[in-house]
Design a protein around this ligand. Structure first.
Ligand code: SF4
Length: 555
């Protein structure tokens, strides 16, 4: 439907002057909701949905749930309805949301910094086995994601999580979501500074705070003392940097994000000491809350505001209106020569070791998580981390215990010396559970890894840096396809016999770090799922054959 400003005037009438419409920015006086999502948030703060779940819905069942809660406010507690089984991806766009809704939920547990004790891991495993049919995926935002959750079980799950110091609060929704942090913060030899105290302080002060629970859209944070958290594609990021005068602190980035309008974040040129990170974070999220665009959902991320204002104006508004002081200028962080995923065995600053292991595309289960917790404890560890690459890391392992732990993890399918494919393939939730999905991803990723391990065994030694392959089930970018060497966006494609089948649009040459930039969508590079392995094999062989010494895929 054409927008009102583009209507053709009726014959004989003078055209009206085009009226400039606001973007729904609160700071400019646009407080009336301009779309249904804004209306829902204004009608009732989403944080209030918890009491209704505990007092009403969990007792009266799925059919008692108010639709505004079911498809809106539940997200603030990590709850989405999952996709009804048996509906193929070709029908995703043709059905109403309620036709895609199953009566079961996905539940996301936020684990800021991916931090877990082995005891917490055991609790997550027990919940998986008792309430989630054994499901428990590691997401690329260091969360654990369950499926098959019944509304009746949610209060008991929250109780178990909260008794163990975990939560689903603001795991989704237009809120400050899980904060990514280095899985090896505080123990890595090559980090500039440990970001953990800042992560914990932000969580303590602001998560679940109604002042920040109605944002224009989601707000993703990354804080790390080294470049291992995909900081370039976050709404806000603090990256460790050594200031020549002031010492270790953080470089501030804002305005990154993927999805359908990908943008690399911009540096504000500001150095922030660790104990000021929470205040600066609060300033930036307040700018977003007050000036962010609320008229169109597609333009509501902070990246659009930063793009329109530019870094300089954004910094000026942050300093003058929110912080009431100037920030210190600072240098850019160092860019690592290769992506950091913490897989393998690495020495810690205290002489012990951390051991990173690779499930395929984050797919684990309750049984495996419990076994990991026990194996870690047998190896003398009480700490496990999830990574932004859908991997697991066991910390604090004394050297003599490392070989036995590696062997135990390998028996669980968690290899510490994985093939390049097992190491570098990521996948989103996909058609199995996601209502927006067009194609299947997790099982496809697992098959792809097994097939590539066989078909490309002869060139495995030639891949000094793994070629990353990321699979998305739809045009959103939960698996960060634009920043992969080979990014695969799920869509329906036409096969050789003219049939409409599941497949992928290919993006080639994206990356972070040294190669920060988005992969190019090449005309005609669409593959069916059945052609996928052969396609990846051809691309990788062409890269190996044609590259100069040391040349990376994205170059
Ligand atoms: Fe769902 Fe699409 Fe995100 Fe995959 S990328 S989890 S299909 S929304």
């Amino acid at each position: 439907m054409a927008s009102p400003t583009r209507e053709t005037p009726a014959p004989g009438r003078a055209p009206r002057a085009r009226q400039k419409r606001g973007e729904g920015q609160w700071a400019l006086g646009y407080r009336e909701p301009l779309n249904p999502n804004e209306r829902s948030k204004k009608d009732d703060n989403p944080l209030n949905a918890r009491a209704r779940i505990e007092n009403v819905y969990a007792h009266r069942g799925f059919d008692s749930i108010d639709p505004g809660d079911l498809r809106g406010r539940f997200r603030w507690f990590g709850l989405y309805t999952q996709r009804k089984p048996g509906i193929d991806g070709g029908r995703t766009a043709t059905l109403e949301p309620e036709e895609l809704d199953d009566r079961y939920f996905m539940l996301r547990v936020r684990l800021d910094g991916g931090m877990l004790t082995t005891q917490q891991l055991a609790v997550l495993a027990e919940i998986s086995q008792t309430h989630a049919r054994g499901t428990a995926d590691i997401t690329d935002r260091q969360n654990i994601q369950y499926h098959w959750i019944r509304i009746e079980d949610v209060p008991a799950i929250w109780q178990k999580l909260e008794n163990a110091g975990m939560t689903t609060m603001e795991a989704c929704g237009d809120s400050p979501r899980v904060i990514l942090g280095s899985p090896v913060a505080g123990i890595a030899e090559d980090e500039v500074i440990d970001g953990t105290p800042a992560i914990e302080e932000i969580k303590r002060r602001f998560i679940g705070d109604p002042r920040y629970s109605n944002l224009p859209r989601k707000f993703k944070t990354a804080i790390s003392g080294q470049a291992d958290v995909a900081h370039e594609i976050h709404d806000i990021a603090f990256v460790g940097v050594d200031h020549p005068e002031h010492g270790p602190g953080f470089d501030l980035w804002v305005g990154g994000g993927l999805s359908t309008n990908p943008m690399i974040g911009q540096r504000l040129g500001a150095w922030v000491p660790r104990d000021e990170v929470p205040d600066v974070w609060e300033g930036v999220i307040s700018v977003f809350r007050d000036y962010g665009y609320r008229r169109l959902r597609a333009r509501a991320r902070i990246k659009f505001l930063v793009k329109d204002w530019g870094a300089q104006k954004f910094r000026e508004v942050l300093e003058s209106e929110y912080l009431k002081r100037k920030l210190v200028d600072g240098p850019a962080p160092e860019v690592p020569p290769a992506p950091i995923d913490h897989v393998g065995v690495h020495k810690q600053v205290d002489g012990r070791f951390y051991v990173g292991a690779a499930p395929v595309a984050g797919r684990v289960n309750g049984e495996t998580l419990l076994a990991v917790a026990k194996a870690a404890e047998r190896a003398g560890s009480e700490r496990v981390r999830l990574t932004p690459q859908q991997k697991l890391v066991v910390l604090d392992v004394p050297e003599p215990e490392v070989p036995a732990l590696e062997a135990e993890l390998a028996e669980l399918g968690l290899h510490t010396r994985p093939s390049p494919w097992r190491r570098s393939v990521m996948a989103c939730t996909g058609l199995e559970f996601c209502k927006l999905a067009i194609v299947e991803t997790k099982a496809r990723a697992q098959a792809l890894v097994a097939e590539l391990e066989t078909r490309l065994a002869d060139i495995q030694g030639d891949l000094d840096t793994p070629v990353s392959v990321h699979l998305n089930g739809c045009p959103n970018s939960c698996a960060r396809i634009q920043t992969a060497d080979i990014g695969l966006k799920g869509q329906i494609v036409t096969d050789g016999e003219g049939r409409q089948v599941e497949g992928f649009q290919v993006h080639l040459g994206g990356g972070l770090g040294l190669d920060a930039g988005f992969g190019r969508k090449l005309r005609g590079h669409k593959v069916t799922t059945t052609e996928l392995t052969a396609y990846v094999e051809r691309v990788v062989r062409a890269y190996i054959d044609g590259r100069e010494s040391g040349e990376r895929f994205a170059q």
